[in-house]
Design a protein around this ligand. Sequence first.
Ligand SMILES: *[C@@H]1O[C@H](CO)[C@@H](O)[C@H](O)[C@H]1NC(C)=O
Length: 186
Amino acid sequence: MGLWLVLVLTLAPAPVLAVGSQSWDHFPRDIYNLNWEKFSGFWYIVAIATDAQGFLPARDKRKLGACVLKVHKMGQLKVAIVFSTSHGCQSQVVILKKDKRKALFRNSLKGVKGLHVLSTDYSFGLVLLRLGRTHRNHRSLLLLSRQNTSSFASVREFLDTCHKLQLSAQATILPKDASCAHTILP
Ligand SMILES: *[C@@H]1O[C@H](CO)[C@@H](O)[C@H](O)[C@H]1NC(C)=O
């Protein structure tokens, strides 16, 4: 089973979604002038907060995730992502298309409603994934790092953003086991 499918199938119940869509109106803002070439390449996923229930495995089975971003011609972004889920180490590749007006990529047919970069200095990144089909949505906030570690400042920004998105209860710093992440090394 593909990773996006796992995420889409583990949808949060309706009351949680209603709160999520309210906060979405006010926050977050995408980075307008992001350099996607500079942002591309290999990233570790060092922390996650998701309202997709049952996505994360048991505490002792959690590992670092990873993604590889590659900019294509004509506003396309190829995303390979791997994550240690409750269904084991899952990977998937998806091609996203740039929105004409907003600073985000999406592929609605594959259940990816938006990949938003909320913050980055190109050594870490804060990415919000909005996934789902039709009006059933959920959100995952990812802390990306070029290294298998993360700075105190980036973790703090991750936790602050979790708070604003009302995802604090689901925030998880992942153990530094790279065995799943390295399965998609470029
Ligand atoms: C983290 O990365 C460094 C080098 O970049 C490596 O030496 C170290 O073993 C890695 N740690 C883990 C737990 O994978």
